[in-house]
Ligand binder design. Structure first.
Ligand SMILES: Cc1ncc(C[n+]2csc(CCOP(=O)(O)OP(=O)(O)O)c2C)c(N)n1
Length: 804
């Protein structure tokens, strides 16, 4: 009678297990149904649910062990509940955007529903013991965006297994026995990220189990439009491992077939955990009982036949039939379970709603009372009362409504002087600050490990400090770092065997082994993903994007996943990954890029360092490696062969973030710049000196953060004139610097001349020295721009340079 005879060992299912599973499947279904109703009824803005995928997720969760990772997407509510990460009350709290970590610990109300996570960082900023957690990386909405980092999470297991020096990191790994469960919808496998990751996983041989929840559609677009042969397992068949060599294991199983699913996941987890083989589990014939999300109805694009087929193949219905057919429970018993599940879902939903409204209603009543007391003593009572009435009429008022009403009232009566008005003003300020904490925090580390708190240490030079190429400085720094910190690993294209295209790692693979300094395929997105996943597991990866211009390939992963991680978890997760790249001027359209503005717009949440040479780079790396934030380091591509004096204390000195350096003092005009432009600006400054113009040159060193102590305004106070110079596009990073200094530091107050930006031309720089000269700002441009500013201010002192 038992249909699960094929299940082996301790995992043979008992009747109790099966009934518990059915109960969970029913509860999960009920919360999906209720969730949709809640959105339709206006309680939440949006809903997306895991209905139709319950049974497969239960099967997966049976092999999900403490220490393993889920790196999935918005359908995974059943896995999360099954492993105990999610209560249904929390599920609803997230739907309501309950911005309170006690109620919504996944994201503190920051993400829409279906975005789950476990918290890894305790109140002191220390890592929790990940080997005891069912780790769940906070989901992102971008389809397939979860896949690149999954590679890194699984790759970390490989490092933990193969590098004995890491075996002491017992709160992160049990010698690499952790597997990573990644999940993805069938349509999202169309994304390049997915293909890149599957190939990388096959190459790397890592314990990554990718489940494709195949319900045949990506919103309305059917699988035939998405996937070659209409089947991801068929399309990927060439990766199937066989006796000839490595590859991935591929399983295909119907999503309504409970025993087959349980068995499949047992096999998948065993081979992956024990042998570090990547696995694809293609779960077919899944359904979407309520359609894609609350945004639409699937009746619009599914035929009647398809809808009928979905009803018949609903995994919960099939599971029920199987239980009955095999005598594990009677119809009455199952009905009782279904009734209880419905009740439980309702109860949890009501509890979530009450907890959510309780906070808001208390604030609402308080606000009304304060407004009323202000109205009482005001000569504008009628107008204030109108605002109160409007607020009282609001359906399910939220904080926005309350604070907007308070601000409106203050605009009406703000000039009146009485204790109530003052109290209302104070109330507003307090509220703004509480909500700032609620919604605007944790973009960067607020822990004791913030790189902003790293003690600066100055580089030390002595008579015996050698003068060497810049590349030798950075290589020696990496050598010192790898010697000192066993958690540090580096990977990227060409960094292993040849020590990177500019020799920054020359000889270091030989010294520290392939496991620590590793060549990768040409796959920028998963290089970043590999770094993110490793950093999430306590390692300190430095991953390389070979040339800055190629960072665009990985930009989606950088911005959606890495940059948002700490913020979207309200400080619960972090990935202190350092990305190393080389940029600014060299030669050619794809090797001269300095797209700093793009980085500044996309990468808030990362620190962005733009050192002018390798002495500075080494000190900035050393600060970043001690912090717990991610960062991008743009090394100056044309400086690897420039001579520098090698500091005696490499690996010890730390250059603080957000501290500009004055490279040259002057009284007439301030030039704010960074990176490779420093040298050109310094040359211009020295030539300008010959014309009697005394320029102050400031290297900002890091663009994020930017001059945290407002030192640049002090310079402008003295010179009263400023140029922001870089080689990005006009209005890009130079515009950002201008905003930071003129607006934030209020430097406009001290200006006697119009502020000016000097940037590159709008197009990418052509190849060759002439292309560079006529496209990027050069010494002559800077000289003349400065001179013209000075001439405009004092034409008698500075005669026309030459007739144009
Ligand atoms: C990069 C990106 N493109 C488009 C979307 C909009 N979108 C959200 S879900 C979805 C369909 C996903 O279908 P599938 O991968 O099959 O997963 P399912 O929702 O069916 O489980 C689309 C197009 C998105 N979230 N991210």
């Amino acid at each position: 009678m038992l249909q699960n005879d094929s299940l082996t060992g301790s995992s043979v299912l008992s009747k109790e297990d099966i009934i518990d599973d059915y109960r969970l499947a029913c509860e999960s279904r009920q919360v999906s149904l209720l969730g949709r109703k809640d959105t339709m009824g206006g309680r939440s803005k949006f809903g997306i649910f895991g209905d139709g995928k319950e049974v497969a997720q239960i099967a997966l969760s049976k092999v999900f062990q403490p220490g393993d990772f889920r790196s999935g997407y918005y359908r995974d509510q059943t896995i999360e509940a099954a492993v105990g990460n999610l209560t249904w009350q929390q599920f609803f709290a997230q739907m309501y955007a309950h911005a309170n970590l006690e109620h919504e610990p996944n994201t503190g109300g920051r993400s829409m529903n279906g975005h789950f996570s476990t918290r890894w960082v305790d109140g002191n900023g220390d890592w929790l013991d990940q080997t005891k957690l069912y780790n769940s990386v906070c989901d992102i909405s971008s389809t397939a965006g979860q896949i690149p980092r999954s590679v890194g999470l699984a790759y970390a297991s490989k490092l933990f297994r193969e590098n004995a020096d890491l075996h002491s990191m017992t709160t992160f790994s049990r010698k690499g026995s952790e597997v990573v469960f990644s999940t993805i919808g069938d349509a999202s496998t169309s994304q390049g990220m997915f293909w890149e990751a599957m190939n990388a996983a096959g190459v790397l041989q890592i314990p990554l189990i990718v489940s494709v929840w195949d319900d045949g559609y990506g919103i309305s677009v059917p699988i035939e439009y998405q996937t070659t042969k209409g089947s991801i397992s068929k399309a990927l068949a060439g990766l199937q491992r066989n006796e000839d060599g490595d590859g991935i294991e591929i399983f295909t199983v119907n999503g309504w077939d409970y025993p087959a699913l349980v068995e499949t996941y047992q096999k998948a987890a065993k081979v992956s955990r024990e042998q570090h083989v990547p696995v694809l589990v293609h779960v077919t014939e899944l359904t979407q009982p309520q359609g894609h999300s609350t945004s639409g109805s699937h009746e619009r694009y599914k035929s009647k036949q398809r809808l009928q087929w979905e009803r018949e193949h609903d995994c919960n219905v099939r599971f029920r039939d199987w239980i009955l057919k095999n005598g594990y429970a009677t119809d009455d018993e199952l009905e009782e379970i279904e009734r209880e599940a419905k009740e439980k879902a309702l109860h949890e939903r009501n509890a979530a709603w009450q907890a959510y409204r309780k906070e808001l209603d208390a604030e609402f009543n308080d606000t009304i009372q304060r407004l009323q007391s202000v109205a009482g003593g005001s000569s504008f009572a009628a107008e204030v009362n109108n605002v109160i009435l409007e607020l009282q009429k609001t359906y399910l008022p939220v904080r926005r409504d309350m604070i907007a009403a308070v601000r409106k009232v203050l605009r009406i009566i703000g000039k009146e002087q009485n204790p109530q008005v003052n109290a209302l003003k104070a109330f507003l300020q307090e509220n703004l600050s509480v909500n700032k904490e609620r919604f605007n925090t944790h973009l960067y580390s607020e822990t004791k490990y913030s790189p902003m708190l790293v003690e600066p240490v100055k580089p030390v030079f002595s008579d015996s400090s050698p003068t060497v190429d810049g590349r030798e400085v950075i290589r020696s720094y990496f050598n010192a770092l790898f010697e000192k910190d066993l958690r540090v690993v580096a990977l990227g294209e060409d960094i292993g065997l040849i020590g990177d295209v500019n020799q920054g790692f020359a000889g270091l693979q030989e010294k520290y082994g392939e496991i620590r300094i590793t060549d990768t395929g040409i796959r920028e997105t998963t290089i970043i993903g590999q770094g993110i996943g490793m950093a999430m597991r306590g390692l300190r990866p430095i991953v390389e994007i070979q040339y800055f211009d190629y960072i665009y390939y990985a930009l989606a992963t950088l911005t959606d996943d890495l940059a948002s991680l700490r913020y979207r978890t309200a400080g619960g997760q972090r990935a202190p990954l350092i990305i190393r790249t080389r940029g600014h001027r060299l030669e050619g359209i794809w090797h001269s890029g300095s797209p700093m503005g793009t980085m500044l717009s996309s990468l808030r949440g990362l620190h962005v360092a733009v050192p002018r040479n390798f002495t500075q780079a080494a000190g900035l790396y050393n600060t970043l490696i001690q912090g717990d934030d991610p960062a991008l380091m743009v090394e100056p591509l044309n400086s690897y062969r420039q001579k520098e004096i090698m500091p005696d204390n490499l690996g010890e000195y730390c250059i603080p973030l957000g501290q500009p350096e004055i490279l040259r003092e002057g009284n007439d005009l301030t030039i704010v710049t960074y990176g490779s432009m420093c040298r050109i600006v310094m040359e211009a400054a020295s030539q300008l000196q010959n014309s009697g113009i005394d320029v102050e040159v400031i290297d900002v060193q890091t663009l994020l953060p930017f001059d945290v102590d407002n030192r640049i305004v002090e310079s402008i106070r003295k010179t009263n004139r400023v140029i922001f110079a870089d080689e990005d596009l006009p209005g890009s990073a130079s515009g950002y610097m201008m905003q930071q200094v003129l607006e934030k530091q209020q430097a406009y107050r001290w200006l006697d001349s119009a502020p000016v930006t000097i940037a590159a031309k709008d197009h990418r720089p052509p190849y060759g020295s002439d292309g560079d000269y006529f496209s990027k700002p050069n010494m002559d441009d800077i000289f003349e721009t400065v001179y013209e500013i000075m001439r405009e201010a004092a034409p008698d002192k500075y005669p026309e340079l030459f007739n144009a």
